[in-house]
Design a protein around this ligand. Sequence first.
Ligand code: BEZ
Length: 213
Amino acid sequence: MSLRLGDTAPDFVQESSEGEIKFHQWLGDQWGVLFSHPADFTPVCTTELGLTASLKDEFAKRNVKAIAVSVDPVDSHHRWIEDINETQNTRVNFPILADADRKVAELYDMIHPNANATLTVRSLFIIDPAKKVRLIITYPASTGRNFDEILRVIDSLQLTDNHKVATPGNWKSGDDVVIVPSLQDEAEIRERFPKGYKAVKPYLRLTPDPRKN
Ligand code: BEZ
């Protein structure tokens, strides 16, 4: 069965461009972004891995480790990394799993046979420090992902895990948030949100980002 939000991210041991990875041990107490690409030496994948490398500081700020995966072998990854570094003006600074035996692809349901019988699609999982799956997205081979959106979701998860808020559509870090509908106690609301809130509807209560209080 495929993975769902809240499931424990399957653990595995697999070869990578940076040696053997024991996944849960490698994650440690950090967040993880595990993402598959269809194949090495392909144009869109080259830009995606370059982008991920160039966002290293943004991932680090959020305590996130990135790891890529395709069914290509390690020597292919090593040769391709040289191309990524050369063409994307960066240095690949995260491991690429060499999943030639499809161990990871099968655990995470990354091969969609009606799209492609042998290659992984563009799957991406955000995994929290408790090893729970918190986001699953799947893009077609022809469409590169928006990594700013991945950072935005991580920002939302890290905020909403710690405050009784949720983030509206197109929210970005620092924008107003909504108070979760389950919070109805006005004394607790005043304590948590001293700047107050605007009730557009009883169920739609906007308040400034509580980290700014
Ligand atoms: C690409 O990364 O450019 C790509 C990979 C597989 C199919 C189509 C495009």
